[in-house]
Design a protein around this ligand. Structure first.
Ligand code: NAD
Ligand code: TYD
Length: 358
C-alpha cells in the first residue's frame, strides 16, 4: 500500500534551500491535503525569499532551527505526530567543503544522525506508518572514466571530496538505522540538479549571473569534466515517487541520462542568453569565458543509471536539458528581485575566496 502523506504533517528539512523549496511547491501542487513543517537553519544557502509564496498557505509552517538540535527535533516530531521526514538539510557545495569542511561534518553527519535517532525514538512501535527519506547525491560513488558504466545502486562508495565523504557517511548511518533498528528509511542518490532558486555558487546559476553582469565565466581546468544534469522538478517528482511507493530500506539512483561536459553547458548558456537577452554593446557572452585553475581532487565524470527507479516506480524525467535550461535561464531573467536579494557582502566574500586565487 502507498505511504500516506496526508494523515500527518510532513517534516521537510532544508526546505528554504534550492531543492527543498521546489519540492514543497511540487508537493503542494500535486497533493491538496498535504501539510508541511519546514525546518531550516537559514544558512547562507537558505532564504525566506525562496518560500515567500508558501508562507501564504495555512498548510505550511516555517520552523527556524538546526537538524542537529536534538531537543527541537524531538519536540517537533512529538508535538505534530510527524510520520514522514524528508531530509534535504545539508551543506551542499563541493568548493566550500574544500575551504571549510567542518560545517559539512556537523550538518551532514551529526545533523543526519540526530534526525535519525529522534525518528527512531519517536516512531518506536509505529514504524509501519512512518517514512524517513534521505536526499543524497551521486558524488558518494566517486568518479568515472570515459568508458565506465554509469553508477548503479550497487556501485561501491568512493567519495573524493569532503562534501561527498560527509554525504557518504550520512548514507551509511541511514542504512544502519534501517538494518539495526528497522527504521523505515529510503535514500535517493541524485545527479546534478539545476533550475529556479538555485544559489549562484553552483555552475549553472553562477554562469548565468556572471554573464549578465559582464563578469568572467570561470571554467575550471580544461572544462571537459562531465556531469549528468537533471531539472529540479524531475528530481522532486522522483522523491515523491520514492516517498510514497519506494520500498523501505532501499536506495534509488536518480538521474537525467543527460551527460554534458562543463564547457558545453557554458556554451549553451551563452547561446541562449545571446538569443534571449543580447549584450547591449553587441558581441557574444562567449567572449567572457575564462579558463581558471582546476578544483583540487576534481571528479572527472558522473553518470547515473536510473533503471531501478524507472522499472520499480515508473519514474522518468519530463524535461530534456534543452527545455530545462531554457526555463531556468528565463526564470533567472524574470526574477531579478530574487537575485538582488542574494547579492550580499557574504556572497561577495565567497566569490573572492573561491576565485581570486584561480
Ligand atoms: P542548498 O545548499 O541549496 O540548501 C540547503 C538547505 O539546508 C538550506 O536552506 C540551508 O539553510 C539548510 N541547512 C543547512 N544546514 C542546516 C542545518 N544544520 N539544519 C537545518 N537546515 C540546514 O542545497 P540543495 O542543492 O537544495 O540540496 C539539498 C539536498 O540535496 C542536499 O542534501 C544535497 O546533498 C542533495 N543533493 C543536491 C544536488 C544538487 O545538485 N544541488 C544533487 C543531489 C543531491
Ligand atoms: P557544481 O555546480 O559546483 O556541482 P558539483 O561540483 O557538485 O558537480 O559544479 C559542476 C561542475 O562545474 C564541476 O565539474 C565544477 C565545475 N565548475 C566550474 O567549472 N566553474 C565554476 O565556477 C563552478 C562553480 C563549477
Amino acid at each position: 500500500m502507498d505511504h500516506s502523506l496526508t494523515n500527518h504533517p510532513i517534516l521537510v528539512t532544508g526546505g528554504a534551500g534550492f531543492i527543498g523549496c521546489n519540492f514543497i511547491r511540487c508537493l503542494f501542487a500535486h497533493c491538496p491535503a498535504v501539510s508541511v513543517i519546514n525546518l531550516d537553519a537559514l544558512t547562507y544557502a537558505g532564504s525566506l525569499n525562496n518560500v515567500k509564496d508558501l508562507e501564504l498557505q495555512d498548510r505550511y509552517r516555517f520552523l527556524h532551527g538546526d537538524i542537529g538540535d536534538a531537543a527541537l527535533v524531538k519536540q517537533t516530531l512529538a508535538e505534530h505526530d510527524v510520520r514522514t521526514i524528508v531530509n534535504f538539510a545539508a551543506e551542499s557545495h563541493v568548493d566550500r567543503s574544500i575551504t571549510g569542511p567542518a560545517a559539512f561534518i556537523q550538518t551532514n553527519i551529526i545533523g543526519t544522525f540526530t534526525l535519525l535517532d529522534a525518528a527512531r525514538q519517536a516512531w518506536a512501535g509505529k514504524e509501519d506508518s512512518c517514512r524517513f527519506l534521505h536526499v543524497s547525491t551521486d558524488e558518494v560513488y566517486g568518479t568515472l572514466g570515459p568508458e565506465d558504466p554509469a553508477f548503479a545502486e550497487t556501485t561501491p562508495y568512493a567519495p573524493n571530496s569532503p562534501y561527498a565523504a560527509s554525504k557518504a557517511a550520512s548514507d551509511h548511518l541511514v542504512r544502519a538505522y534501517h538494518h539495526t533498528y528497522g527504521l523505515p528509511t529510503l535514500t535517493t542518490n541524485c545527479s546534478n540538479n539545476y533550475g529556479p532558486y538555485q544559489y549562484p555558487e553552483k555552475l549553472i546559476p553562477l554562469m548565468i549571473l556572471n554573464a549578465l553582469t559582464g563578469k568572467p565565466l570561470p571554467v575550471y581546468g580544461d572544462g571537459l569534466q562531465v556531469r549528468d544534469w537533471l531539472y529540479v522538478e524531475d528530481h522532486c517528482a522522483a522523491i515523491e515517487a520514492v516517498l510514497t511507493r519506494g520500498r523501505p530500506g532501499e536506495t534509488y539512483n536518480v538521474g537525467g541520462r543527460t551527460e554534458k561536459k562543463n564547457i558545453e553547458i557554458v556554451h549553451l548558456i551563452c547561446e541562449e542568453l545571446d538569443r534571449l537577452h543580447p549584450k547591449s554593446g553587441g558581441g557574444s557572452y562567449r567572449e567572457q569565458i575564462t579558463f581558471v585553475k582546476d578544483r583540487p581532487g576534481h571528479d572527472r565524470r558522473y553518470a547515473i543509471n536510473a533503471d531501478k527507479i524507472q522499472a520499480e516506480l515508473s519514474w522518468t524525467p519530463r524535461e530534456s536539458f534543452e527545455t530545462g535550461i531554457r526555463k531556468t535561464i528565463r526564470w533567472f531573467l524574470d526574477h531579478q528581485d530574487w537575485v538582488n536579494s542574494l547579492m550580499s557582502e557574504k556572497y561577495a566574500e565567497w566569490i573572492t575566496l573561491n576565485y581570486a586565487q584561480r
